[in-house]
Design a protein around this ligand. Structure first.
Ligand code: GLV
Ligand code: GLV
Length: 324
């Protein structure tokens, strides 16, 4: 009997084809597994689960998954998976580090440029028929060159953003759980801020690249927002709950910060209504990793972990397993 794999939503077809060479594969309909109950009901039939970041893989799911050997998340962030429950139930967990670093960093730069130079507002202005010729005072924005980028979370993605920001002539400051080795700081000429408060005070653009944990939930709250400069921009391509969305909406409406580029939301797919009407705010639907190449690489990396574990490889041969 071939082993059975559940991929919770349609992903890049060549990834599914690869899995089908080895296993019986079911692909869920989009959104079906966004609740725990649906997973609990179906999981007993499967040896491997390839979930999306929108699927809650909880203690109940692991308990119900009597045959389950591996959960390979189709994402680098794995806050949707109860890791301790996985380990208690002896199920391996994999994520997809590395393969989306560049696309996420490129997208972050895109948001920084789009918000600082007000591209979205400018297009709206033009399409509404307001363009009456070149305006010496029209759509003045912030120049990246010479401004200070504050990076929260200096892992792979944070560093890839730093590299690009240096090329744009920005100064780099960062905050991280632990300070980076001197050679890495030197590479980006990056200054360390031990406290998030001092980073918020100094940054012209604050960009978030930390994982979502208990410590980082609402890390950017009303207090931190109130410390930011009046022209400063907030960029979030990490996880929505890192930012207190209501507080951000308030800061934008009050004009106490300059603008925001937001790709992730506290209660996806909901977007706080006050954020939807906030000025100088570009909102995108969680697409920082959405390049053709990266989405295929994410799928393949997750699929290869499934193939490795179900074919009995030693966990040490599978580079993207998350260690207990
Ligand atoms: C996307 O948000 C990811 O974590 O891969
Ligand atoms: C993701 O790849 C990160 O660790 O920054």
């Amino acid at each position: 009997m071939p082993k059975r794999v559940l991929v919770t939503e349609p992903i890049i077809p060549s990834v599914i084809d690869t899995l089908k060479k080895h296993f019986e594969v079911d692909v869920g309909e989009r959104g079906t597994y966004n609740n725990e109950q649906a997973l609990v009901e179906d999981i007993p039939r499967y040896h491997a689960l390839l979930p999306m970041l929108s699927n809650p893989v909880t203690e109940e799911v692991f308990r119900a998954g009597q045959r389950l050997q591996i959960v390979a998340n189709h994402a680098v962030g794995y806050n949707n998976i109860d890791l301790e429950a996985a380990h208690r139930n002896r199920v391996h967990v994999a994520n997809t580090p590395g393969v989306l670093t560049e696309s996420c960093a490129e997208f972050t730069l895109g948001l920084m440029l789009a918000v600082s130079r007000r591209l979205y507002e400018a297009q709206e202005f033009l399409l509404e028929g307001n363009f009456d010729g070149w305006d010496p005072l029209g759509f003045l924005g912030m120049e990246l060159r010479g401004s200070t980028l504050g990076i929260v979370g200096m892992g792979r993605i944070g560093q890839a953003v730093a590299k690009r920001a240096r090329a744009m002539g920005m100064e780099i400051l960062y905050h991280n759980r632990s300070r980076l080795p001197t050679d890495i700081e030197k590479r980006f000429e990056a200054g360390y801020c031990a406290g998030i408060e001092s980073l918020a005070r100094k940054a012209d653009i604050l960009t978030l690249h930390c994982p979502l944990t208990e410590e980082t939930t609402h890390l950017i709250d009303g207090n931190i927002l109130s410390l930011m400069k009046e022209e400063a921009l907030l960029i979030n391509t990490s996880r929505g709950p890192v930012v207190d969305e209501a507080a951000l909406a308030h800061a934008l409406h009050e004009g106490t910060i300059g603008g925001a580029g937001i790709d992730v939301f506290e209660k996806e797919p909901e977007v706080h209504p006050r954020l939807q009407t906030a000025p100088h705010c570009l909102l995108t639907p969680h697409i920082a990793s959405a390049s053709h190449k990266t989405r295929k690489d994410i799928g393949m990396l997750a699929a290869n972990a499934v193939i490795g574990i179900l074919q009995g490889k030693s966990p040490s041969e599978i580079p993207n397993l998350i260690q207990p």
